[in-house]
Design a protein around this ligand. Sequence first.
Ligand SMILES: CC(C)(COP(=O)(O)OP(=O)(O)OC[C@H]1O[C@@H](n2cnc3c(N)ncnc32)[C@H](O)[C@@H]1OP(=O)(O)O)[C@@H](O)C(=O)NCCC(=O)NCCS
Length: 153
Amino acid sequence: MTDLHIVEGDARDVAAIMPIMESAFDPAFGEAWSAAQCLSLLATPGTSLIAAQSGTGTVGFALTRWIFDEEELLMIGVDRPFQRMGVASALLAHIIRRAKLSNRSRIFLEVRSNNPAQQFYRQYGFEICGIRKGYYKGLNGDRFDAATMALNF
Ligand SMILES: CC(C)(COP(=O)(O)OP(=O)(O)OC[C@H]1O[C@@H](n2cnc3c(N)ncnc32)[C@H](O)[C@@H]1OP(=O)(O)O)[C@@H](O)C(=O)NCCC(=O)NCCS
């Protein structure tokens, strides 16, 4: 995508990411956050919202949290019509660059074990470093393991 910009946002961008939250996350897994959850997170020190903007508006976002010398990637989502165009790659490249500049020792995240996003993370050097059994609960009550993945610097 040629007109893609990655920008550091804040709580004022939550309204713009909510339609992406609905579009990107499969409702079967109940993983999308509400606006209230996003706002509550962003009221906490060390958290950030990063937005991917194109000529049509916001097409993707990420939420992160800094804990000691680690950056946690809490969530990354791309509007469905804009997936597989490098939007999440551009967001992640920004997060990795920022983490290195801030001397973080690693970036880590939790991802549902059957989420194809694991392929995306692997592509950028993340490796599984732990499994949490039954960590996620789907809408029909099914439990799914979470893989903890990390990119160490
Ligand atoms: C995962 C997600 C963020 C990827 O966003 P994206 O902008 O489509 O990713 P990119 O275009 O940058 O993909 C880069 C590479 O990652 C890999 N990849 C991305 N999505 C993939 C998928 N669904 N299955 C397998 N590999 C994938 C591919 O190697 C891809 O390169 P290619 O398109 O040339 O094959 C997007 O699919 C999404 O929003 N998913 C729903 C939300 C979610 O589950 N987020 C992760 C947990 S918080």
